[in-house]
Design a protein around this ligand. Sequence first.
Ligand code: C2E
Ligand code: CA
Ligand code: CA
Length: 273
Amino acid sequence: STDSVQQLAWDMVQALEQDDFFLNYQPQINLSTGQLLGVETLIRWRHPQLGLVSPATFIPIAEKNGLIVPIGYWVLKQSCLQYQKWRALGIPPFKISVNLSLRQLQEENLVPRIQAILHETQMNPQALALEVTESLMYQEPEKVIARLTRLKQMGIQVAIDDFGVGYSSLSYLKNLPLHILKIDKSFLDDLVDTEKDQVILQSIIELGHRLNLEIVAEGVETQGQLELLKTMNCDYGQGYLFSRPLGLDDITPFFQTFQKSGLIKSHSVLALA
Ligand code: C2E
Ligand code: CA
Ligand code: CA
């Protein structure tokens, strides 16, 4: 109801003040070498009465009422601070991907705010990727493109998220300054049994490669999907098959295991920028 939406909005303001938000991190894996590319940051909310509230519930509300702007800056700053803590623990450089909502991209001072956060946290922009969805050209596309271009010039990578589900995917590929294309999970769901889906996926991967993009498949859950993605030359995968999104207590040992086995090393990504 409207009331409960309004209540959740108030609760989000409180959550920012009381530190009820926290982050999970989901690994992204190089499919041909098994190396860790990096992690995507995913926000979580521990509500004092309701318990864990899914971002699928509260992010759309925060996007409507504008709270996503302060929440988004909080996520970015926490991600950078945490990255620096990992580096201080001796974990080699990797890439950290942070979601950026359309609402944030419409902010006049987005670029200086991001610059300030990078400066405050001494974050290397080349270790940062921002994930934006296809809906982002909804309004003032020229301004959005100009902001993304500035971010790119700073060394930040831009990923197009949920690729393929929007209504004008191909024009985004043409017009946006992108590095990474994340294929939406819906293309993987029936992949193993459906030849048509295989043809579509293979074509997206080839198209992306010819545009010099790196391809990440989202929602990889089965060995069968993995095998197909490898034969299709998909670069990276993210999904429950490799790891669920992990809290801080679980991701740090995960990194250390990867580090011991030599799987966090030579970052193609960092060399790319
Ligand atoms: P997304 O950016 O597409 O993130 C991927 C979602 O897929 C995550 O859901 C992740 O937990 C889930 N996922 C990953 N691997 C698998 C898999 O193998 N199978 C299945 N079934 N799901 C998988 P989550 O964490 O619930 O986030 C949902 C959405 O909320 C995100 O979708 C993103 O749009 C939004 N979101 C999350 N954190 C943030 C944030 O910090 N800022 C913004 N603006 N949006 C966020
Ligand atoms: Ca994402
Ligand atoms: Ca996605």
